[in-house]
Ligand binder design. Structure first.
Ligand code: ATP
Length: 597
């Protein structure tokens, strides 16, 4: 089966699956709508002829009344079916929209994180989200309207053929330019829209810089408003100018094709009026032929319009399927092993990793172990690869080479979702949820039993309980500034919430990547002076640039340029007088507490 036919089949499959009842109703009402106009034209012809006969013969009034009622009934049915059709189609498209969003969202949740490293992924996502909710329905409607158009056209052509076969040819011929126009410009517009996706994303980004909450403070302080406005205008104008140029060209050619159609109507009028004037046509027949030609024109336009629409749909729906069919490589390899509470420990062996598009290794032959219950600290300069290591350990990325073992099992053999349940993480760029304070903590473990009490305990350990209690609705207060009745927090308070969220999650391994960078010194002191109590004996990987905070760790691993350069306890590393010694001494000297051994 060729690619386009497969896309159509798959799209119709989606339409049907999303709302089979509404899809069937849509087909039925569309069929009804294709017969009603012909019935109407036929009745109008009968009515005019009867009126003409009545005027000359002076009888037949009851028959005329019957015909008038029939015309009104058919007209009424036609109108009602239009309204009902719109209602049915709207219902169906809402169902489909929600179904498609479901597919898109669950796909993007499952998708490998590495995809976010590729700009092409964002282009694909952006096209898929703008097209997916309505394209499959457009395919169904175009197919229905093509079918409807074909049936109605055949009926109208039959009527015209009874007058002269040339009228059928005329009807078909005058529509050729319009059809060509749509097909030709469908290609042009699709290619244009595909090529402008990066510009569209760029202008959306500049628009967010100008209107978003996060950039609003720097924007005012650095006075970058006008600069971003000009960047937005450039990106916006680049895409719109080209689009307008294409549409202008299409409109001009469209006027030519409309002129051809108007000439055809003129030809028909001259011919039919001539025949009526010479007594070869009744007035009713004349009206019927004119209406049939007019209807035929609109059916043929619908028919080929829907054909061209289908062609357009096939181009655009490809993007949606391209996104939905993106492969996920982060999954459990065979033989699959279960994930269980850590018994022995984690082992990282010869791990190397490079981000897509980067030329040098981010991590190179990194090896170390973390025993159960150990607190291991990662230290090292900016860009050394510490956060990347966390992403690999939690299997957000797979390494280029090397292996990570969890209790001796290669983590690639464990279902990623089950494996990640064993971890609780405070990321350096932790999330802020514009939800209630309690919900912000509960998100750490949505299935937790006894959540209320444990949420408060976690909040107390991360020193945020009192602050939450003082909010207007306590733990139910919505925080952030997106919604009504919400309270914004300071950055440090958000960070305490993120820490509470991680502590609330009852996972055997805790990873804290700069968890206190924004906390006040008292809170920081409180947390680190009782750190083992805070982590409650959990296996912990701790990253911090403030080396006094990690000096108590069972082991400190110093990473620089993606490689392990030193490992040991604080005392061992200070004795070794390497990178750690230098960094620690410099930091300590700033606070006048140099303890150079
Ligand atoms: P810091 O102490 O500043 O947090 P880090 O040791 O945690 O740094 P990483 O964030 O792991 O360092 O980054 C390691 C290297 O990988 C850096 O050179 C960085 O530029 C690069 N890098 C980080 N994230 C990405 C990414 N998403 N895509 C491409 N390169 C990245």
């Amino acid at each position: 089966m060729n690619k386009k036919a497969r896309l159509f089949r798959d799209s119709l499959g989606l339409v049907w699956k999303s709302a089979p009842g509404w899809a069937a109703a849509n087909i039925l009402i569309s069929l009804l709508q294709s017969f009603l106009p012909l019935a109407l034209i036929f009745l109008i012809r009968l009515l005019i002829d009867r009126i003409t006969e009545t005027v000359s013969a002076g009888s037949g009034i009851p028959e005329i009344i019957g015909l008038i009622i029939a015309v009104v009934v058919i007209y009424f049915l036609d109108e009602v079916s239009t309204g009902a059709g719109n209602y049915i189609r709207r219902n169906q498209s809402i169902k489909l929209e929600s179904y498609m969003f479901g597919l898109l969202h669950s796909k993007s949740v499952r998708l490998d994180l590495i995809n976010f490293e590729h700009p092409a992924y964002y282009d694909c996502l952006s096209r898929a989200t703008s097209e997916a909710p309505w394209r499959p329905n457009s395919i169904l409607n175009n197919i229905i309207s093509m079918f409807r158009g074909a049936v109605s056209l055949l009926l109208m052509a039959g009527v015209l053929f009874s007058l002269h076969w040339g009228l059928v040819v005329l009807l078909l011929a005058v529509n050729v330019p319009g059809i060509w126009l749509r097909l030709h410009f469908a290609d042009i517009l699709y290619n244009f829209q595909r090529s402008r996706t990066p510009d569209a994303r760029k202008s959306a980004y500049f628009s967010w810089l100008l209107t978003g909450d996060r950039p609003s403070r720097e924007l005012r302080l650095f006075g970058t408003g006008n600069y971003f406005i000009s960047l937005f205008k450039t990106a916006f104008a680049r895409q719109k100018e080209e689009e307008l140029r294409i549409i202008r060209k299409r409109t001009l050619i469209g006027i030519l094709s409309d002129t051809v159609k108007a000439l055809a109507l003129l030809l028909l009028l001259v011919y039919v009026t001539g025949r009526a004037a010479s007594g070869n046509l009744t007035l009713g027949q004349m009206a019927m032929f004119i209406l049939a030609f007019r209807q035929g024109m609109s059916y043929i336009r619908d028919l080929f319009g829907s054909l061209a629409g289908l062609y357009e749909d096939s181009l655009f729906i490809g993007d949606t399927f391209e996104f939905l069919n993106l492969k996920e490589s982060i999954k459990a390899a065979e033989p699959q092993m279960p994930a269980s509470i850590l018994r022995t420990g984690l082992e990282v062996r010869d791990l190397s990793f490079t981000y897509p598009g980067n030329t040098s290794h981010t991590l190179k032959n990194v090896s170390f172990t973390v025993g159960r219950g150990e607190i291991v600290a990662l230290a090292g300069p900016n860009g050394a690869g510490k956060s990347t290591l966390v992403r690999l350990i939690t299997r957000l990325y797979d390494p280029d080479s090397g292996v990570i073992r969890y209790d001796g099992t290669d983590i690639r053999n464990i279902d990623p979702d089950a494996y990640r349940k064993m971890f609780s993480v405070v990321f350096q760029d932790f999330m802020l949820y514009n939800m209630s304070a309690g919900e912000n903590i509960r998100i750490g473990d949505l299935e937790a039993a006894d959540a209320e009490t444990r949420i408060r305990k976690a909040a107390a350990v991360s020193h945020v309980h009192d602050m939450i209690n003082n909010l207007p609705a306590g733990y139910d207060t919505v925080i952030g500034n997106l919604f009504d009745d919400s309270r914004e927090l300071s950055w440090g308070e958000w960070q305490k919430l993120a820490l509470a969220r991680a502590l609330f999650r009852n996972a055997p391994v805790l990873i804290l990547d700069e968890p206190v960078s924004a906390l006040d010194s008292d809170t920081e002191y409180e947390i680190f002076s009782r750190f083992r109590e805070v982590v409650r004996g959990r296996t912990t990987i701790l990253i911090s640039h403030r080396l006094t905070n990690i000096s108590f760790a069972d082991r400190i691993i110093v990473i620089s340029n993606g490689e392990i350069s030193e490992t040991g306890t604080h005392d061992e590393l200070m004795k070794a007088r390497g990178i750690y010694h230098r960094m620690y001494t410099r930091q300590a000297s700033r606070f006048g507490e140099c303890s150079n051994p």
